[in-house]
Write a protein that binds this ligand. Structure first.
Ligand code: ZN
Length: 291
């Protein structure tokens, strides 16, 4: 497997070097926060070539175990085929990423998670809506759900394993990020739930996508607690109202850099994780003062 893995130059352009530093740590952060285990993945659009994207190879694959650029493969956005074949085995679900990058030109990062905090809500048919100010990005009505099994009848062949392992299914999932309230090339939601599977979220940066994934999960934990306290009555829960969700979503955009610096440090000092690309040291500082 390792003999075929030779895609990246040792001397990379600065933009790509920083992207790898962030991408390796991003994999670790998602694991540290329980959004991925051996499964689940994060990808970025290539910073210098918008027609390709970068995602971990199947080996070592588990996000906690990636450590440098040669653990990643570059794929064409157009068809999710390797840019530099032959390559080692890739994720069967990379079409989630490829079709989102293809459908929405401004998406720079895609995260796919099987979060155990999220799935039970779909199983129990309890809608996920925002219950605190850090989850305004979910929108007052919460994210839509994609049920892949409803797509099977339209396919010539399929296996009922819930996976998004073709361009057709990836395209159908990507379409659920849009509901005609925005221009066709602009997503209407940043999160789509996947019934009996997990969720996928998008961002215009690694920091934004990770923020959304982490606070999606935290919101579900709070919502579950609230429903428990309410004696199982989901109808008794008080969610963010529409204007609150919109204002909180704006605020969420301005403070992601603060959270991300903490998340970077958490994985930097944890011996499970290795980032041979180096930890990015001088990330831009935003914050509320930008407002
Ligand atoms: Zn999956």
């Amino acid at each position: 497997m390792s003999e075929a893995r030779r895609t990246w130059e040792s001397d990379l352009p600065k933009e790509l070097k920083i992207a790898f530093q962030l991408l390796v740590s991003a994999n670790h952060i998602l694991h540290y926060h329980g959004l991925v285990d051996a499964f689940g993945h994060i990808s970025i659009r290539h910073p210098l070539n918008p027609k390709s994207y970068i995602i971990a190879a199947y080996d070592p694959g588990a996000p906690a175990l990636v450590s440098n650029r040669n653990d990643f493969i570059e794929y064409h956005v157009e068809d999710s085929e390797p840019v530099h074949p032959p390559q080692p085995k890739g994720y069967s679900e990379r079409y989630i990423h490829g079709e989102l990058f293809a459908r929405f030109p401004n998406v720079q990062c895609v995260i796919h998670s099987h979060s155990e905090a999220v799935i039970p809500f779909m199983t129990a048919k309890v809608p996920i809506r925002p219950v605190f100010h850090m989850a305004g990005f979910l929108g007052a009505e919460g994210p839509p759900t994609f049920d892949v099994t409803t797509m099977y009848p339209s396919l010539q062949s399929y296996t009922s394993d819930m996976l998004i392992k073709s361009r057709d299914l990836g395209g159908m999932l990507a379409q659920h990020f849009w509901d005609s309230s925005t221009p066709e090339d602009t997503p209407s939601t940043s999160v789509v739930l996947q019934h009996k599977h997990g969720f996928t979220c998008i961002g215009d940066s690694i920091q934004q996508a990770i923020y959304r994934a982490i606070y999606m999960q935290k919101n579900c934990a709070l919502l579950k607690d609230a429903i428990d306290i309410a004696g199982g009555d989901a109808a008794a829960i008080q969610y963010l109202k529409d204007d609150e969700a919109q204002a909180c979503a704006k605020m969420n955009e301005l403070t992601q850099d603060k959270a991300f610096r903490l998340w970077l440090r958490e994985v930097e000092v944890n011996p499970l994780y290795r980032n041979d690309e180096g930890i990015p040291k001088s990330l831009p500082v935003g914050g509320m003062n930008q407002n």
